[in-house]
Design a protein around this ligand. Structure first.
Ligand SMILES: [Fe+2]
Length: 184
């Protein structure tokens, strides 16, 4: 099955270096294949299992986090004179949760944490795939450290931006879903 990753995650086109762009797509393809998903399931895959009934899909979340990270990096440059590596930041943002294609699995009760996901959370499986497919260490770093696995560790500036972009969206979705359920 051929997935048009460039269409469903248009920010892939913003990666300037062609080799990096192609490798990002290879990682998504590999994770999709290993996870055993089909295209319909991919579109419905939630970005988190920690917020029940979230309307945000993994693909929506990936696009949103990537957009936020890009905008933050633009503000840092324009207003703060701080320049990040844009290609690494975008590639890391697009790949930060790709390991969820392995962390999540299908069962009769729906989507839950897979056996693989119990052993290796998505930052670890995403890192493994990125290393295997030859992504730069700077991109591997963003994937590996974006979540709680990175707490207390050195994060480079791109990883700091991505971590916060990710948690802004996660915390806001979590809070809005809690508000909704308390109003029921
Ligand atoms: Fe995320």
């Amino acid at each position: 099955m051929v997935i048009e990753w460039r269409k469903i995650i248009p920010q892939i086109e913003l990666i300037e270096e062609e080799d990096l762009r192609n490798k990002v797509i290879e990682v998504w393809n590999e994770a999709f294949k290993l996870g055993g998903w089909n295209e319909e399931e991919l579109n419905e895959l939630p970005f988190t299992l920690l917020v029940s009934d979230t309307p945000i899909s993994l693909i929506d979340h990936t696009r949103l986090v990537t957009d936020i990270a890009i905008r933050v990096s633009e503000s840092l440059k324009e207003e703060g004179g701080i320049e990040l590596n844009r290609d690494y930041l975008i590639a890391g943002a697009i790949l930060h949760d790709v390991g969820k294609l392995l962390e999540f699995g299908k069962s009769n009760e729906g989507i839950g944490v897979s056996y693989s996901g119990r052993l290796l959370r998505h930052p670890l499986s995403g890192l493994a795939l990125a290393y295997k497919l030859g992504l730069p260490e700077e991109v591997c770093h963003i994937i590996a450290l974006h979540s709680r696995e990175g707490e207390g560790s050195y994060r480079n500036p791109e990883a700091i931006v991505l971590h916060h972009a990710d948690f802004i969206t996660f915390e806001i979705v979590k809070a809005s879903m809690m508000n909704r359920s308390s109003q029921r």
